[in-house]
Design a binder for this molecule. Structure first.
Ligand code: DX5
Ligand code: ZN
Length: 248
């Protein structure tokens, strides 16, 4: 009887963890970018990600001002959230992101990432994200140096290094990203060892191993996953990489 009760508690805890445990992971995280999904068939693609070995949904919100493209807004994010069985990792490519933090939370975001270049008061913005109970991320454009995060690195849960210029999927990976991963890891060492480094843009099986070996934890992949013939296998292959066996 007692054992049965303990087992029930264990199952409940496990279930609770499934969607909620965002940051504690033993392995790297794969976050397919919904931007590359079939928008006329979103439910099918969401189900595919639910059934895959992917960990998060990466949601790109673009306003046509911060970036030269418009993606989708809160009604679509809400619809995705209703069907997504994994955490929503929301990447805000918008000016004045503070205006939309509550909306993101209401739409089911568990991680909210704002751009360094879009925040005059980054410290305040990160505090507001945490106040909502979300993990706080900061994205850096390819031209933005990592050292600008030095005085706030201890307050960040995730740094998203843009490995393409934000705004579009399907672009070519920028090689300099490797240096930025190493710089960030060195900067966070001993101060914020739990910091997650996410790579966003042009991720493929060709660069994923080296990115992980250099210190990345989260790989966002849009077109490489959704344009592949067998997305489930592509996700499995990205998830299955063993960084310790990579040569740099
Ligand atoms: C680019 C977006 C990315 C994009 C990645 O502005 O932030 O998340 O969807 O797409 P791929 O993987 O196709 O480069
Ligand atoms: Zn993104």
């Amino acid at each position: 009887m007692h054992n049965g009760y303990n087992y029930l508690i264990f199952c409940l805890l496990l279930h609770h963890q499934t969607k909620k445990e965002v940051m504690s992971h033993s392995k790297h995280v794969i976050a397919p970018s919904v931007l590359a999904a079939d928008f006329a068939n979103l439910h099918k693609d969401i189900q595919m990600v639910n059934e895959s070995e992917a960990d998060w949904f990466h949601i790109d919100i673009m306003d046509g001002v911060f970036v030269p493209n418009i993606s989708f807004g809160s009604p679509v994010m809400q619809a995705i959230s209703r069907h997504a069985g994994k955490p929503l990792d929301v990447h805000l490519m918008i000016v004045d992101p503070d205006r939309y933090l509550q909306t993101c939370k209401d739409c089911g975001a568990e991680i909210i990432t704002v751009h360094y270049e879009a925040c005059t008061h980054l410290h305040r913005t990160l505090a507001a994200i945490k106040e909502l109970g979300c993990k706080a991320g900061v994205a850096l454009n390819p031209h933005t140096p990592t050292h600008l995060l030095k005085d706030i690195i201890h307050d960040i849960d995730l740094v998203c290094l843009m490995s393409v210029n934000p705004g579009f999927g399907g672009q070519k990976f920028i090689q300099h990203t490797y240096h930025k991963i190493a710089e960030l890891r060195a900067m966070a060492a001993g101060i914020n060892d739990a910091l997650m480094i996410e790579i966003d843009g042009g991720v493929t099986l060709e660069n994923a191993g080296r990115l992980l070996k250099t210190g990345a934890d989260v790989l966002v992949a849009g077109s490489f996953v959704f344009n592949s013939a067998t997305p489930l296998d592509t996700i499995k292959a990205l998830k299955g990489i063993d960084p310790s066996r990579q040569e740099i």
